[in-house]
Design a protein. Structure first.
Length: 319
């Protein structure tokens, strides 16, 4: 955006988020029970790498299967869980028929149940996306699980920036299987408490509370100070009453929760804003008419500079 001419001081980033409150409860529940869902492999005691997403060419899941095969060649040190479906599914299954891979790789299939997904991610050592990684990394961090993806940010999704090398995950050189193998091995051998740091990132930035703070700062404080005539209508999926009250107190004209009636309520707010502005304009016109009709100059004769100065003082005193 800066390259396109936007000023850096006028840019604020609102980080993405998922179903934060519900996922936080799921994480806390899993953290207490420590339930292990890794029951898909011949040796379920080994650490599990998970890929979750569409099985399409751009995700390069074949690279992950090959990398896991290579690091397990001499001795089995990890398992691979693949969650998802797509046009590349049969090709990837064919690739996994290798004796080494078949022992350590399981195709779970598609899953849309967050209760199950949370369990699978929580009990995995790392989420891996050899192609680009988007909201998957936010989902992974939500359950305290680090992530691995490639380091070519020209071919990445914005969420990839959440990964901090050696702190919340690792990067590998794009399309370099040896580099990917090293990243997988680094995760296995790492003594870092990834769960705590991944959760800290989500709790600090990638949640609705932080998003609202940015909205209050940018949409309201700056907008109202720089363009006092601007009316701000906030449309959000957040139903929290305190959020709405906070925004309204800071100057928002209206706060509309996204639902089936949101369109009608938004239109109603726009009409109210239009009526308010028309009324304000009419009042200003009347004030101008009254000021002109009852101007002191109409009743006190004289056009000297001294009298004109007195007229102005008298008009100020009457306001």
């Amino acid at each position: 955006m800066i390259k396109c001419g936007f000023k850096a001081q006028n840019i604020e980033v609102i980080y993405n988020s998922l179903d934060y409150e519900n996922q936080k409860l799921l994480f806390e529940k899993l953290n207490k029970t420590k339930h292990n869902s890794s029951i898909f492999f011949r040796n379920n005691t080994l650490p599990v790498f998970i890929y979750i997403g569409r099985l399409i060419e751009s995700k390069k899941v074949d690279q992950l299967i090959k990398a896991v095969k290579n690091i397990n060649a001499d001795k089995q040190i990890c398992n691979l869980l693949i969650v998802g479906s797509g046009p590349d599914q049969e090709k990837l299954r064919g690739l996994a028929k290798n004796e080494i891979i078949s022992k350590t790789t399981h195709f779970y299939g598609p899953c849309y149940d967050e209760n199950i997904i949370s369990n699978l991610i929580f009990n995995s050592i790392c989420t891996v996306s050899p192609g680009n990684i988007g909201l998957t990394v936010i989902n992974s961090f939500t359950y305290g699980t680090p992530a691995i993806t490639h380091n070519n940010f020209e071919n990445q999704m914005p969420e990839a920036e959440v990964i901090k090398e050696g702190i919340t995950g690792f990067f590998f050189k794009e399309n370099d299987i040896l580099s990917l193998e090293q990243a997988l091995t680094d995760i296995i051998n790492s003594k870092i408490d990834f769960k705590a740091e991944c959760r800290r990132v989500i709790d600090s930035y990638y949640n609705p509370t932080y998003q609202v703070k940015i909205l209050e700062s940018v949409l309201l404080n700056k907008l109202k100070s720089e363009r006092s005539s601007a009316d701000v209508v906030v449309v959000s999926a957040q139903e929290d009453v305190s959020t709405a009250i906070g925004l309204l107190k800071n100057g928002a004209f209206d706060y509309i929760v996204k639902d089936e009636d949101a369109k009608d309520r938004l239109w109603n707010s726009i009409n109210l804003i239009r009526e308010k502005r028309q009324l304000k304009e009419r009042i200003e016109e009347l004030e101008d008419e009254v000021t002109s009709k009852y101007a002191f100059a109409n009743y006190i004769k004289g056009n000297s500079a001294v009298l004109k100065g007195i007229y102005k003082l008298m008009e100020k005193a009457c306001r």
